[in-house]
Design a protein around this ligand. Sequence first.
Ligand SMILES: C[C@](O)(CO)[C@H](O)COP(=O)(O)OP(=O)(O)OC[C@H]1O[C@@H](n2ccc(N)nc2=O)[C@H](O)[C@@H]1O
Ligand SMILES: Nc1ncnc2c1ncn2[C@@H]1O[C@H](COP(=O)(O)OP(=O)(O)OP(=O)(O)O)[C@@H](O)[C@H]1O
Length: 277
Amino acid sequence: MTTEDFAPAKVNLALHVTGRRADGYHLLDSLVVFAGVGDRLAVTPGPELRLIIDGPMAGALTAEPDNLVLRAARFLGEERVVIRLTKHLPVASGIGGGSADAAAAIRAICRLRGRALPEAALTAPLGADVPVCLIGRPARVQGIGERVEPLSGLPPAHLVLANPGVSLATPAVFGALRRRDGAPLPPLPPLADVADLARYLATCRNDLEDAACALEPVIGEVIGALGDQPGCLLSRMSGSGATCFGLFADRTAATEAAAALRHRQPGWWVEEAAVLS
Ligand SMILES: C[C@](O)(CO)[C@H](O)COP(=O)(O)OP(=O)(O)OC[C@H]1O[C@@H](n2ccc(N)nc2=O)[C@H](O)[C@@H]1O
Ligand SMILES: Nc1ncnc2c1ncn2[C@@H]1O[C@H](COP(=O)(O)OP(=O)(O)OP(=O)(O)O)[C@@H](O)[C@H]1O
């Protein structure tokens, strides 16, 4: 018997850095959604714990013991499964690929074994992004990532994700921050449609964007190229970069924008996807 799960890209539509804890971790206030593009996992009972990685982005990873999928299995005390990870998301790119994989592995193993999801997984022992990835739906995320409040009522929306092929280490970006005392997110008003969402997001920021652009100036180019596309309501970096998103009202505009970007920048990873509701 095989159980399968999907590990969607996590997108921080807004990310405010509101403080820093004594242990160096940063306090965040973030509006997180998931896109209909991601990695796939298949878990099958086997003689020992083993990870096989394939897919278009497999080359960026090895099945090292510190792979987050293996760490997730060990966290559950699981030693007898073979996990196939089909990697579509660029690695170390601000869309939480590793965290989404870990969350998908936890869900799939628990389903295979008929277990409930362990509460402890929600305290972020495998990384700050794992709790929200376990939920996989729109949420406001606070603390260092462990406070997750699911949000309902976000309007349907489409995203174009673009990554210029540079990987950024999350600690390096946090380390390059000039300020760590941002205000929390403004209260979320009722949102009738995606234009309302864009207007709200325009009052927010990604506080990691300037630091990431200082490390990799091409990120500014990506944000500009997305924002120039017809129908793009807002463009911004996700997480600690370098992936950026453009927000679109409809699928046709997003598909055309993605095609235009791929044509102009054949070396970039570009995907169009709906926001998962
Ligand atoms: C920036 C975000 O992508 C926003 O969603 C996440 O907070 C990062 O989540 P993640 O990649 O799962 O992060 P972790 O693996 O827990 O942490 C990697 C490193 O990022 C820094 N880090 C991460 C999260 C956080 N709230 N404060 C931090 O300062 C720390 O240096 C940490 O050692
Ligand atoms: N299954 C995995 N997929 C991707 N990266 C992994 C995985 N397991 C371990 N890693 C390691 O985790 C690090 C972060 O990769 P990931 O793709 O999760 O970053 P990210 O998209 O920047 O995440 P975030 O948005 O949560 O900061 C990389 O250095 C990578 O080597």
